[in-house]
Structure formats: structure tokens, C-alpha cells
Design a protein around this ligand. Structure first.
Ligand code: SF4
Ligand code: SF4
Length: 303
């Protein structure tokens, strides 16, 4: 069993032990197999250091409260290099890794993976299907994979991620039994992607690039800190839907998002920038919200 230490839940070093104990209690266990420092990046790492979070966690490990120590990471490769240099006790690193973000200059999947290899750290993959975006593919992208007659879109994404040296685990993010059965079907006797399959996923990557979509993975890391309570991932989802399909439903859903929970509109963003600091995809959220407002707020509400 794995749990994480998240910055939202501690303000100082003294908060960490009680928080950790409450995590054990909530999970009904005496120890965790793996404990991760959550969402590490330049800002979060500085916060963890200020609160001596790494030192506290390592004390807990020495007391047998968890077996293995790791981090989940969302930032540039050079920041990862700094963290692994300062804390060689880190045993494993969880990174975003999928075939679309492999060379994405904001996510730096490949570069982060290479840093892990340089430091000899096993890699845990998160977002192998990019928040579901590599499962529900557009018709032209899906057709590229269908021509292979080899499996579901998810199977190519997960097999891509699992095919690199040093990958310890791929967290596929299953949400029902059907997805689990599909994953088991191709991972039971794992085969890396063939050259032909690799070429197909490259084509799908190019199709994604050519569409100019907002690369939001709906992780919601931006949500907790937004003083206006703007439904950022939902707004980006409708913007992408509009971009993809040019259909009226996107406008309809834009209004549904706001009438449902009384949430602020994109134009009500006060540009404080808190969301951008939390975004693992390094999305210029404020700029995209301006685009969203232009796109969806140009008409009277309800039209
Ligand atoms: S910049 Fe806008 S969307 Fe981001 S946290 Fe501030 S108010 Fe919310
Ligand atoms: S905007 Fe960034 S932080 Fe917010 S849901 Fe999308 S990817 Fe996650």
C-alpha cells in the first residue's frame, strides 16, 4: 500500500507526524510499502525543505513506518536532478510519461526519465493514457491504431510506457472492471511495441500536436487554490471539445458548468496565478482562460 505527503495538509514540521499517523489509521495498516513526497517541483520542494518534510519522512522510515521512500514529480528535469542530488535516499520517482508528452517541452517526460536513469532510480509511470485522452481518440487518430488490428487504444499507450528500461510500474488509472480486464489481457504476457506500432503512435502524437489543444489532464491540482473557484479543467475540456468538434454542445455545457454549482466564469479570473504554480502541465492557465472567455462569453447567456 502506498500513500503520499501532500503540501495542502501541513504548515510546519510538527504537523507531519500526526498527519502520517492519521493516514495509517485511515488505511487500517501499521506501515506503508511506499511513501511518496507528493507533486515535487521547484516551489513544492522548497516548501518541503522549509518544513523539513524529507527529514521527518526519513525518520518515520527508520522507525519502520514505511518500507520505501519516493517522490512524485511534476517539473523540469533540472529540478529533478537537484532533488535527487540533495536526497540520495529517494528510492523511486513517479513521473508523467506517455507517448504524446514524451517530447513535450512543458512536461519533459523523456528528460525526466533520463535523469531517473542517470541516478539509477526505478520509475513509476503516471498518466500513461494522458487523463483518458489516449483512450477516447479522435476518429483520424483512432483509425491509425485500428489499422494495426492489435488491441485497444489504451493498450498501445500502456505498452509504450512499460517498454522503457527501468520502468517499475505503470499506473493505468482504471475505473471499471472492463478496463481492468483489458489491461490484464495485454500485460499478462507483455510485449513491447513493435517498430510498426511505434510508428503508429508517433503518427497519433503528430495528430495531437496539429490540433493545438490545451494539454489539460484534468488532475485538478489547480482547483484547491483558486480563490474564485473557477472550474478550470471543465472549462478547458469544453474549449477542447469546441476545437475538436466545433459543435454547439460545448456552448451548452459551458453554461451548465456555471448554472450547476454557481461557479465563477472564465472572465472572472483575477489573474493571481496560484493555479499555474500548481499545474503539473505548466499550462498558461490565465492566458487560456482569456481565450475561453472570448470563445464562450461573447454571446448572451443561454444562447
Ligand atoms: S489566476 Fe485565475 S484561475 Fe488561476 S487561481 Fe487565480 S483566479 Fe483562479
Ligand atoms: S489546468 Fe493543469 S492543474 Fe488544472 S486540471 Fe488541467 S492539468 Fe491539472
Amino acid at each position: 500500500m502506498t500513500d503520499k505527503l501532500t503540501n495542502f495538509f501541513f504548515q510546519k514540521q510538527e504537523d507531519i507526524r500526526p498527519l502520517f499517523e492519521s493516514q495509517l489509521e485511515a488505511c487500517g495498516v501499521d506501515y506503508f510499502d511506499i511513501y511518496l513526497m507528493h507533486a515535487q517541483g521547484a516551489d513544492n520542494f522548497a516548501y518541503f525543505k522549509k518544513c523539513r518534510a524529507y527529514e521527518t519522512a526519513l525518520e518515520l522510515m527508520a522507525e519502520g513506518k514505511f518500507r520505501h521512500f519516493g517522490i512524485s514529480f511534476h517539473d523540469r528535469a533540472e529540478v529533478l536532478e537537484q532533488i535527487l542530488t540533495e536526497y540520495p535516499q529517494i528510492e523511486m520517482v513517479q513521473i508523467q510519461f506517455n507517448y504524446v508528452d514524451y517530447e513535450n517541452p512543458a512536461v519533459e517526460s523523456r528528460k525526466c526519465y533520463e535523469v531517473c536513469r542517470k541516478f539509477g532510480k526505478p520509475v513509476i509511470v503516471m498518466e500513461p493514457v494522458k487523463g483518458g485522452n489516449l483512450v477516447n481518440l479522435l476518429k483520424n487518430a483512432g483509425a491509425v491504431l485500428e489499422e494495426l488490428h492489435g488491441g485497444s487504444p489504451a493498450s498501445y499507450a500502456i505498452r509504450f510506457a512499460a517498454g522503457f528500461e527501468g520502468i517499475m510500474m505503470v499506473l493505468s488509472g482504471m475505473s471499471d472492471i472492463e478496463q481492468m480486464n483489458d489491461n490484464v489481457s495485454f500485460m499478462r504476457e507483455y510485449r513491447p511495441l513493435s517498430d510498426r506500432e511505434m510508428e503508429a503512435v508517433r503518427k497519433v502524437r503528430e495528430i495531437f500536436r496539429s490540433m493545438g489543444l490545451i494539454p489539460c489532464i484534468s488532475c485538478r491540482c489547480c482547483q484547491a487554490g483558486c480563490p474564485k473557484g473557477i472550474a478550470i479543467p471543465e472549462l478547458f475540456a469544453v474549449m477542447n471539445t469546441k476545437q475538436l468538434y466545433h459543435d454547439w454542445n460545448a456552448d451548452y455545457y459551458y453554461n451548465v458548468i456555471h448554472t450547476g454549482g454557481g461557479k465563477a466564469r472564465a472572465s472572472q479570473c483575477i489573474k493571481c496565478g496560484k493555479c499555474e504554480k500548481a499545474c503539473p502541465q505548466h499550462i498558461p492557465i490565465r492566458r487560456f482562460l482569456e481565450d475561453v472567455a472570448k470563445e464562450f462569453e461573447k454571446k448572451p447567456e443561454g444562447v
